[in-house]
Design a protein around this ligand. Structure first.
Ligand code: GLC
Length: 433
């Protein structure tokens, strides 16, 4: 979908933070734990009774997110387990009835907004706690005949519940910039049950309601209506989208969205930074998840990775925020992003001394390494063929490269230092003429 003026924050932001936090954070073995282990509501209740993230400091989370370079946040107000992180009027299964007592969503929204971070709310269309939600193949009680008999499903009542909650969320918490639904699966067929989609959620009506309360809000594409911000999950797109379609890829640090204590399959900071850059080079946003633990803390591994990426962004943020893909073809192991006449060359694998940039001969005015602002010298097509005398040995040498390799004049030759700058990704800023 294309955006209006008030939605431009989205493509300018480029880097978002997903926060998955709920009762599953206590189980600490994946946010789908309730259904993976077919846990009944009665058994799951222990997490509700012990939900007390006593060390959670919303302001601290927001400050860290800001320092780490995130420009928007998406918070799980209700995940598939059905537990509500805000003080909703429409169920007792909410945070204010746990030992924590406070409206956690409110605390988080206020803290992040105060840091200038745009606010997104995640709302699960699936609900494994609501008695009216029709049991299907994803539901924890799918093999429990007694439960199914006693809960024949009343999706009309459930739709009503969702509408009430959405209007509550959009009315009581100020401007919500982004509403993130999860998810539609109408093509699933388990034999004895069917997946759910647009009709089950009443998506058209829901969408109308949303725009009537907050007209400038962005909505993702999981309502099953074939529109909204496209949200590929946990894979890298090979190319961007057509035209001005908005998209963001959402990713985890270790494959689980909720805190997963024994899962140590973490991406490196370098991999995260590369995913971010690769996504922006294709015109998309990159949203990285954190699953805080039951005490309300970010685990040290996640925190370290995000900090490292944040430090890289401090020096290289110009190549990410407000930037997008470029029409110029990037050399092997490189990605371009562009913002106006600034072209950013991200070098994923550091080559020996020379780097050839196709189609840029005669087009570059100046080049620097972003980490220290030092000049990167290059040989331009205009220097070839004796039109201009090479001024020093280095210039002569790189001119030679051009001649020896009989490069065509559209090729620009950069001269790189032998030592790779000690950065997650070295970036060269090229100022175009
Ligand atoms: C999936 C999962 C869910 C996660 C979401 C984030 O669809 O169901 O656990 O919250 O993706 O994109």
């Amino acid at each position: 979908m294309a955006m209006n003026q008030k939605q431009q924050w989205f493509t300018q932001s480029r880097y978002g933070m997903f926060i998955h936090f709920g009762l599953y954070s206590i189980a600490a073995r994946h946010e789908w734990v309730q259904t993976l282990e077919e846990i009944s509501s009665e058994q799951y209740k222990k997490y509700f009774e012990h939900f007390d993230p006593d060390l959670l400091n919303a302001k601290d989370w927001a400050k860290k997110a800001k320092a780490d370079g995130f420009k928007y946040v998406i918070i799980t107000a209700k995940h598939h387990e059905g537990f509500c992180l805000w003080d909703t009027q429409f169920t007792d299964y909410k945070v204010t009835n746990t030992p924590y007592q406070k409206d956690l969503l409110k605390e988080l929204i206020e803290a992040f907004r105060a840091e200038g971070i745009k606010i997104g709310i995640y709302y699960s269309l699936l609900d494994w706690h609501h008695p009216d939600f029709l049991v299907d193949g994803y539901h924890p009680m799918r093999n429990n005949a007694h439960y199914i008999e006693n809960h024949p499903g009343n999706m009309a009542a459930y739709r009503n519940y969702m509408r009430n909650q959405i209007s509550e969320l959009l009315s009581n918490y100020g401007t919500i910039d982004y509403l993130w639904f999860d998810f539609s699966y109408e093509n699933r067929n388990w034999g004895n049950s069917q997946g759910k989609g647009e009709k089950d959620w009443g998506s058209e009506e829901l969408e109308k309601l949303i725009y009537s309360i907050q007209p400038d809000i962005l909505i993702n594409d999981r309502l099953g209506l074939n529109r909204g911000v496209s949200t590929p999950e946990q894979f890298a797109r090979s190319k961007g989208m057509e035209g001005d379609e908005l998209w963001e890829t959402v990713q985890t640090l270790n494959n689980s969205w909720g805190y997963d204590r024994d899962n140590l399959n973490f991406k490196s900071a370098e991999m995260v930074a590369k995913q971010l850059v690769d996504t922006v080079s294709k015109g998309g946003n990159f949203t990285m998840n954190i699953g805080p633990n039951a005490r309300g803390l970010w685990d040290t591994t996640s925190e370290k990775i995000l900090d490292e990426v944040g430090r890289w962004l401090e020096k290289h943020g110009k190549s990410v925020y407000h930037a997008t893909g470029s029409k110029y073809p990037a050399p092997a192991d490189c990605r371009y992003t562009q913002n106006g006449n600034k072209l950013y060359l991200h070098i994923f694998s550091w080559p020996y001394r020379t780097l050839l940039l196709p189609e840029l001969g005669g087009k570059v005015d100046f080049a620097t390494l972003m980490n220290d602002g030092s000049e990167i010298r290059f040989v331009d097509s205009k220097d070839i063929g004796g039109e201009r005398q090479a001024t020093d040995d280095l210039q002569k040498e790189i001119t030679e490269v051009h001649i020896k390799e009989s490069l065509d004049p559209t090729m620009l030759v950069l001269n790189l230092p032998i030592r790779r700058p000690d950065e997650l990704i070295p970036v060269i800023e090229l100022t175009l003429k």
